[in-house]
Design a protein around this ligand. Sequence first.
Ligand SMILES: Nc1ncnc2c1ncn2[C@@H]1O[C@H](COP(=O)(O)OP(=O)(O)OP(=O)(O)O)[C@@H](O)[C@H]1O
Ligand SMILES: [Mg+2]
Length: 465
Amino acid sequence: MRSIRFKLIAFMTALLLLLLLILNTYPISTSRDRVFEEKKNALTSQTVVVASSLSSLETPTADSIHDVLLLLDISGYMRTVVVNSDAVVLYDDKGSPGSLTDIDSLHTALNGNTVFRSSFEGGAFTSSCAVPMYSQGKTVGAVYLSEYDSKQAEMILNIQSRIRALSLIISIAAVLSTAIFSDVLLRRIEELVQSMRIVASGNYGHRLSIRGQDEISELGHEFNILTERLEDTEKQRRRFVSDASHELKTPLASIRLLSDSIVQSENMDSDTIREFVTDIGQEAERLQRTTEKLLTLARFDDDVQVVPVPVDVKQVALDALVFLRPLASERQVRMKTELPDGCVVMATVDDMFQIIFNLMENAIKYNVEGGSVLFRMEADESHIRFRVEDTGIGIPEEDRLNIFARFYRVDKARSREAGGSGLGLSIVHDAVQKHGGSIAVGENKPQGSVFIVSFPRPTPEETGI
Ligand SMILES: Nc1ncnc2c1ncn2[C@@H]1O[C@H](COP(=O)(O)OP(=O)(O)OP(=O)(O)O)[C@@H](O)[C@H]1O
Ligand SMILES: [Mg+2]
């Protein structure tokens, strides 16, 4: 956690250092160069003017040179030296005329070159220029002018110190604001991590309080959604475990009660014993059915990839009807079908059988004496649809939403009596979903319920027909 802050500040500092380096060197060096340029132009032209004025003197002496220089008004310069072609000093306002000059730019100027030198040292610009002096095309001497300027230098140094002060303030402000910003950012991330830990420890009801609308808030929002789903799943799981144990507990308790009665009563007649044992057998059968259904549901949850194959719905429906005929005649319910050919769905035969069998079984079980069940199939361009319509007791509207939940029964007593475990429609629902279909439940006019199952129609490539 600390490292993000460290990285941010280190990055910021490096960036600032670079910026400060540029800020503290570039403007100063460019303005210095400009002063150099200005000085070069001004001093060179001034020296050239002096040289050409002096070249008109026929016999230059210290005095005559002095007079000319007075006229030119060059008092602002630091030193003025004039030499003849033999490098003998004719005039030097800082030294004694006549001695050989040791200024080497004068020697270069006597060779016909203009020499300019400038330096920025000790808080001042020191510049000098030496030019040859011509008369009738011949070099007759050289003039040297030097200048000392502290004003411009002062200005530049002034700017430099201002930039330094300003950059110091900027740096402190930038580092400080980076530290504060990273602190706020890290605190929010820390909050998120804290929440994750709380949820990971099993407190699924915990939610992160979200402020603002930035990426971290979005992350927090997504985290809350995830936690909510986790909480739902956990609730469902707990309910399922408790429902399942309850479902298994009831028949087990009956079996114990019945077997205890047989064991404890010493002179029970054989008819009663037979009756009790038959009841035990029925309870065991119910247990078996329930566990088988639970296993079927667990298989759907396992996410095992099954390869769907083309399944002829008509054939599966006919198979299911064979199994259901005894129940239908026992309940005196008529079964009718409309089964056109060529309704093929990508699924597995087992799953399709579960869907049709459970829906038809319910339609018979929750029917009335003399009632009927109609299984109808239809196909359009995009869908294969089948409907199971009954004339039975119907499902109250408020129960229709829950009907597919595990162990849900509208009338518990009636369902139990009919041997139901409340898992049939969950199996139907999961099987339909697994193969990309959808299921809906409605009211059958004038009486009863209707279940409509719809599957996408497979493409010829899928079915291979
Ligand atoms: N066609 C129907 N008409 C009226 N009620 C129905 C119909 N189908 C289902 N139900 C109601 O929905 C409940 C759930 O049905 P589901 O098939 O899941 O369970 P079950 O029939 O009770 O038991 P199981 O199918 O596991 O043996 C039933 O108990 C019943 O109350
Ligand atoms: Mg059922």
